[in-house]
Design a protein around this ligand. Structure first.
Ligand SMILES: [Zn+2]
Length: 151
């Protein structure tokens, strides 16, 4: 499905989630919403459809369950838990749309499967967190492309 930049700007609808192969259950969809309790955003969910499509394809290639540990974050919640102002996660009612999510990766094998599958489909921002056992998969809608970082 490799899409070249500029990436499409359509937002994923609930229907798009329901039509996806791997992220269609109510709990899957909920895992993409802002998880802040203090922010009062009511579970903001604004994410590019391309991210969802790439995730579905990456999950297919990797062949292991993808658990979304962090998806969209409203600006308030992101400011509370992260120092990254323009984080890929930020989504709000007026402007920013989530362009990256954190997928659970508990060991060396899972990290390899997720990273290799995700590079193949076109994710171009990858962050590996060894302490908290997740991999950030992002698209360079607003942040630097072609990077892999560690936390
Ligand atoms: Zn929020």
């Amino acid at each position: 499905m490799k899409i070249k930049k500029p990436f499409p700007t359509a937002l994923a609808t609930i229907d798009d989630f329901r039509k996806s192969k791997y992220f269609r259950s109510a709990s899957d969809i909920a895992s993409f919403r802002c998880k802040g309790k203090e922010c009062g955003c009511g579970g903001n969910l604004r994410i590019y459809k391309t991210v969802l499509d790439f995730l579905d394809e990456s999950r297919e290639n990797a062949g292991i369950p993808y658990v979304t540990l962090s998806g969209c974050r409203c600006s308030k919640h992101n400011n509370n838990i992260s120092k990254v102002v323009n984080s890929d996660h930020v989504s709000n009612k007026t402007g920013l749309v989530c362009c990256g999510v954190d997928i659970r990766a508990r060991n060396d094998r899972e990290r390899f499967l997720i990273v290799s599958a995700s590079l193949k489909v076109g994710f171009d921002r990858i962050g590996i967190n060894y302490e908290q056992n997740f991999i950030h998969l992002g698209l360079s809608y607003r942040n630097e492309p072609a990077v892999i970082w560690r936390y």
